[in-house]
Design a protein around this ligand. Sequence first.
Ligand code: NAD
Length: 483
Amino acid sequence: MDSMTFILFGATGDLAKRKIFPALYNLFLDKKLPSSFSIVGTGRSNLSDDAFQIYVEESVKTFSRRFSQGESKIKEFLKTVRYHKMDVTNSDGYDQLLHAIQEGEAELNIPENRLFYLSVAPEFVDVIASNINSGGLGSTKGWKRLIIEKPFGHDLQSAQVLNQKLTETFNEEEIYRIDHYLGKPMIQNLEALASANPILQALWNHHYVANVQITASETVGVEERAHYYDQSGAIRDMFQNHMLQMLMMTAMQLPKTLNIAKTRQQKIKIMKSLRPLQKEFIHSNVIRGQYEAGKIQNRSVIGYKDEPDINAASVNDTFIAVRVWIDHELWKGVPFYLRTGKRMSKKCTRIVIEFKHPLKDVYTDEEVIPNLLVVEISPNEGISLQLNSKNPLNDNKIEPIFINFSTNQKEVPEAYELLLFDALQGDSTFFAHWEEVELSWKWVQPILEVFNDERFPLHFYPAGTMGPAASNHLLEDDGFKWW
Ligand code: NAD
């Protein structure tokens, strides 16, 4: 791996503390960082290098799953870490930052390979990118890369404007748009599941699949992000990015040889085959919900409108369920149901593939449950297959049995670790390409417009449930239910 400088904007923020430093440290323990590696953190706080190193140590201690394994290693890791105070909106500060980077490059004999990670509020992203350009930080003799966080735009137009800005400094191959769901091991495993198992590969199509269900449910409410969330809702916060990415990963036809370009082409093909939801069909295929007061694990919680900093008349969506159709030879006539929401009864991200059910005629007097392949993505990671089998302990009745596999979570790398390692190596397979992002916004845009119309139904659901009853009807209409 090339030696490089890792320049982190927003180094004193929440994401850096909880995810980025612990991931870098875990990679360091695994010897997956380059031999010459320098981290330059920037932020508004006034910190010395020493004070910042103590801050990073604290973050690693608190959030790295591996800290106890490498207590003596932390000092070695911290030697790579420097701090630079700056206001990212002030273009003058970039000269000094360049100087600090160059000093480190000279000291550690690092060629001018620079990875810029923007872990800052979205409004700063284009400002920083253009200052990287005008301040000369991007004119390197080596390579440069840019990692950016979600959200990528607020709607189609703002995403296009942002992308246009970024491409003035970085070309598409240099931009790594993080969608941390793509870093989850079980999402990365989907292509292997379908391609390394002939039995599954044979079934992964409309001949055998009855429907596909993708659920990402959270138990938390808006927490401290009220201002952002009330403007975004579940549709922007989860659906346009994570849910559609999971859909692409599940539905894409596997290329004969796996490589970035071909995988990407197949994902884009799925997005292009998503049947557009004309406004008149949105009513019958999209359910918008908002949580009311309720109980989660015996704890009473308040409703969305009563949350601090939320407008009491807000019609924002804290839940969305959508039925989509993919006009692609693999998925003819197979509905895909996607739902995501806050304050639901359990925290769980999973993909369920329900297989067709020809046995009803054979076992007429017994309830035979369809075969299911369940991929658990988080917080548990695993795969289970539900089959039907005779139970000799119950008069040989046909009953469902489960073949289960689950990973030992303490040992599995986290999404940020996998994604950072890929970005350090220059592999963007599990990052969102601009074409995917743009197609996702295009698909979602009519829904955003309909949501702006206050007459579009808003279904309320008590906190601690799996969303409004209307989302069940979406499946019941087709003879299915959520698993
Ligand atoms: P944060 O508010 O905790 O941190 C922001 C950082 O930006 C701080 O280091 C702050 O010093 C710096 N900053 C703010 N204004 C600045 C300025 N003018 N000049 C220099 N530095 C400035 O934010 P966060 O939660 O760490 O989120 C960062 C990004 O990651 C956001 O785009 C967010 O949407 C995204 N994100 C965060 C999470 C999360 O769990 N926190 C999850 C997914 C995506």
